[in-house]
Design a protein. Structure first.
Length: 190
């Protein structure tokens, strides 16, 4: 019994931090609610992040961004390591990410080695939908918007609700109520 308890305690001591690392992933907070657009700036001299922020200053682009329930994450590598930040429509959701949150975000995206700036669109289901590396790819938010509009969940969100069927006419006083059917009752010819 003592050996089992010690084995379990040792196992918990080693796996606890690994399991806790997933819980601080900021993408999990947006799961089912928002579509994160993550910019990971691997080269500090790349103007991609500044270009993207400039595009988001345009009122029409900002409105399109918000209509699609998108949030914006940035990760840049500085002298002290990776620094992350979240920008959201609601100011209370916008925040600087802690180093463990930033590292959990990077791990969740499973970024490979490379240079340039990675721009990744994550769906509401938490899966990567579009990934671009700038350069050589170009960055245009309209491409990301069209990718979102083509997603099944986005189509459901934008679909107009169906018109309700007209209510059946109330039966006359003293008359039997009619059976519910596909077609309204018709007058019979005698």
């Amino acid at each position: 019994m003592l050996i089992r308890s010690l084995t379990l305690a040792t196992l918990m001591a080693f796996t606890g931090p690994l399991l806790a690392a997933d819980d601080i992933n900021p993408l999990k907070q947006d799961l089912g609610k928002a579509r994160p657009l993550v910019v990971v700036e691997l080269d500090s001299g790349n103007p991609t992040l500044a270009t993207l922020k400039k595009q988001l200053e345009d009122p029409a682009t900002k409105q399109s961004f918000e209509e699609r329930n998108m949030v914006f994450y940035t990760v840049s590598f500085g002298s002290i390591g990776a620094e992350g930040e979240k920008f959201a429509k609601d100011p209370k959701d916008a925040k600087k990410l802690t180093p463990p949150e930033t590292n959990a975000l990077i791990r969740a995206l499973k970024l490979g080695a490379g240079s340039g700036t990675k721009v990744i669109l994550v769906g509401k289901d938490g899966e990567k939908k579009v990934e671009k590396t700038v350069p050589p790819d170009t960055l245009d938010l309209k491409e990301f918007f069209s990718a979102i509009d083509a997603m099944p969940m986005a189509e459901k969100e934008t679909a107009a609700p169906a018109e309700p069927e007209p209510a059946a006419a109330a039966p006359a006083k003293g008359a039997k109520p009619a059976k519910a059917g596909k077609h309204p009752a018709q007058q019979l010819d005698d």
